[in-house]
Design a protein around this ligand. Structure first.
Ligand code: PGA
Length: 261
């Protein structure tokens, strides 16, 4: 069956890059990629480099900008936090929510993820919701249980339309920054399970939802990953810090789209 979902590839810079480094990346990337738009590309800089990245991208419609986190309240006495409205005003289009590093180091839970996802939709930001199991959970055969809990908890009480506009990123924790990618078969198995879980909460839209794979994605493993039926793109960390390797990943996704025509 031909996959109708438009791939989405995002560069998660994590706590890397100053404003000027962000501008350098954008100009280097744009020289490489003559924006065709068959793949949605999202750059996700740290908060401080968001305005610069938006400005450097200028008025084009191929590359979007995302934030790495947000608070669920609109405003108030929450020192150190950033709201969805502030991001929307930049403008930013996407926001990564519940990355495993946020869950692991900053105490995020499915409950806080859910509050943030709802606030993001309210502000018309598209959330990229991260889920994924640890190595211990995989070894204990708990992958399905963990993913089901994270999906059901994180996307609780959303409308079908909101779920349809949510991007899910499957990021097995043992594959993040370790150089150890999930095999294409492992990725497909988890993605199919996530889609099945989504169909139980949003039967009409589950087939439209894009599910990214994340965890040591590189230009040379993207082709195989993206060719899996339920893999609709990638959330890339380390390999997205250099314009050339990030472009290699986007290009592999774009080439896959060509083969589907
Ligand atoms: P990685 O990170 O590509 O460096 O493994 C992915 C992520 O954490 O989003």
């Amino acid at each position: 069956m031909i996959n109708q979902r438009k791939p989405i590839v995002a560069a998660n810079w994590k706590m890397n890059k100053t404003q000027s480094e962000a501008s350098e990346f954008v100009s280097a990337y744009r020289k490489l990629a003559a924006g065709k738009g068959t793949v949605d590309v999202v750059i996700v800089p740290p908060f401080t480099a968001l305005p610069q990245t938006v400005t450097a991208l200028g008025s084009q419609d191929v590359i979007k900008v995302g934030a790495q986190n947000m608070h669920w309240k609109d405003s108030g006495a929450y020192t150190g936090e950033i709201s969805a409205m502030m991001l929307r005003a930049l403008p930013v289009d996407y926001v990564v929510i519940g990355h495993s590093e946020r869950r692991q180091y900053f105490g995020e839970t499915d409950e806080t993820v859910n509050k943030k996802v709802k606030a993001a939709h309210k502000a018309r930001l598209k959330p990229i919701v991260c889920v994924g199991e640890s190595l211990e959970q995989r070894d204990a055969d708990q992958v399905g249980e963990v993913l089901k809990r994270q999906i059901e908890g994180g996307l609780k009480d959303l409308t079908d339309r909101q779920i349809g506009e949510t991007v899910v990123a499957y990021e097995p924790i043992w594959a993040i920054g370790t150089g150890r990618t999930a095999s294409p078969e492992q990725a497909q198995e988890a993605h199919a399970f996530i889609r099945k879980t989504l169909s139980e909460i949003a039967a009409e839209t589950a087939n439209r939802i894009r599910i990214q794979y994340g965890g040591s994605v590189k230009p040379d493993n993207m082709a195989e990953l993206i060719s899996q039926e339920d893999v609709d793109g990638a959330l890339v960390g380390g390999a997205a810090l250099e314009a050339e390797s990030f472009y290699g990943i986007v290009k592999a996704a774009a080439e896959y789209v060509e083969t589907q025509k």
